[in-house]
Design a protein around this ligand. Structure first.
Ligand SMILES: *Cc1c(COP(=O)(O)O)cnc(C)c1O
Length: 383
């Protein structure tokens, strides 16, 4: 039986040729390809500056370090996200404070932020979950009013767009707050195997992030290599090895070129799912706010109380037909690693979405015939 995966990266001869070019150049550690990728990625999302790193998780960790967050600081974020979001807050020794999400978008509910603030609150870490832009139009003024830093976890959101001024659309990642972070994991829109990127506009912060990514070393390998005289480096603070290799950088540059062709088919497929499921009483579908254009990194349906089967029963029935799905976004606060963290607010919507949402197959090469198979199967199973 032919199976339909939940996601599939779009990689071709161009990426293979780029990797070959980097390999045969003799320079494979972070170097000119990554530098070019940073410039090309920044241009693609309209950001003044970008720093590449080894993963979306590393990007989050570096971003929070770059804003000098540490022990005693509280960071407002969502539990309803991949575990990396909350973990990054803990890497710097700060405390994540979770607020609930909106059912229609799966994103942070800005109306709940003020109740979660204390004198120790230093930042908001807002996620554009599954590519759906979060409500920056309401979050930005709150961050400004309370003098909080703002980091956008845009791991899934390259190519998504937001309109904060009527009629003007801009890509996610400019960034609107202080920094935005992206992931190049194969489940995301563009991939380098693993990889990440931070965008920002403060040259001082970005220069420090670039150093922290390579042990905070005062001189890069490329600088020493090209210096023409003997130079010794220094280590003014504790940094990390969060570099992206030049093989990955070369692949990433081809992926950035493809970006528009990766988003357009996703939007067509999402619209077809929307059409197929928006009138079924057994499920609700995600709602794109008027000011948001998702890249549809994922499409999900959420079972309503009218559905006769549970989430796992529906997923199992789809799997029996060769259709792979994933449960809705996890909640960090329900994991053993977070049992010691007291909740400041209940998170009923986050929990409902984790237990009732199902992520359906969606990727640029999914054919309409395959998608029709998914649609028919979901309808038959539910009705
Ligand atoms: C994937 C993801 C991350 C982590 O990215 P990696 O590249 O896998 O480390 C962080 N936050 C969110 C919201 C994600 O979806």
């Amino acid at each position: 039986m032919a199976t339909i995966p939940v996601a599939r990266p779009t990689l071709g001869e161009e990426e293979a040729a780029a990797a070959r070019r980097a390999i045969l150049s003799g320079w494979v550690v972070q170097g000119p390809e990554v530098e070019a990728l940073e410039k090309e990625f920044a241009a693609a999302v309209g950001a003044p500056l970008a720093v590449a790193c080894s993963s979306g998780t590393a990007a989050l960790h570096l971003a929070l370090m770059g804003l000098n967050l540490g022990p005693g600081d509280e960071v407002i974020t969502v539990s309803h996200s991949f575990i990396a979001t909350a973990n990054a807050v803990r890497y710097v020794g700060a405390t994540p404070v979770f607020v609930d999400v909106e059912a229609e978008t799966g994103n942070m509910d800005p109306g709940l932020i003020e109740a979660a603030l204390t004198p120790r609150t230093r930042a908001i870490l807002a996620v554009h979950q599954l590519g759906m832009p979060c409500d920056l139009g309401r979050i930005l003024p709150l961050a400004a009013k309370h003098h909080l830093a703002l980091v956008e976890d845009a791991a899934c959101a390259v190519g998504s767009e937001i309109s904060l001024t009527a009629g003007v659309w801009e890509p996610i990642g400019r960034p609107r707050g202080d920094l935005a972070t992206f992931s190049f994991h194969p489940r995301k829109i563009i991939t380098t195997g693993d990889g990440g990127m931070i965008t920002g506009r403060d040259p001082k912060i970005m220069a420090r992030l670039a150093k922290l990514r390579t042990h905070a070393m005062s001189l890069s390998t490329a600088e020493r290599h090209g210096a023409g005289k003997v130079m010794f480096e220094a280590y003014p603070e504790v940094g990390y090895n969060y570099r992206l290799s030049d093989i990955q950088g070369a692949v990433g540059r081809e992926q950035v070129k493809r970006l528009p062709q990766l988003i357009a088919p996703r939007r067509v497929l999402a619209a077809r799912y929307h059409e197929a499921f928006s009138r079924l009483s057994q499920v609700t579908v995600p709602q794109e706010p008027a000011w948001a254009r998702s890249n549809w990194q994922s499409y999900w349906i959420t079972l309503t109380p009218q559905a006769l089967q549970s989430q796992v029963e529906v997923m199992q029935a789809l799997l029996a037909r060769g259709i792979h799905t994933r449960r809705g976004v996890m909640c960090a606060h329900r994991e053993p690693a977070y049992q010691d963290l007291p909740l400041r607010q209940p998170l009923p919507v986050s929990e409902y979405l984790q237990d009732h949402s199902i992520i359906l197959p969606l990727y640029p090469d999914l054919t309409e015939a395959e998608q029709d198979q998914v649609i028919t199967a979901v309808r038959e199973i539910l009705t």
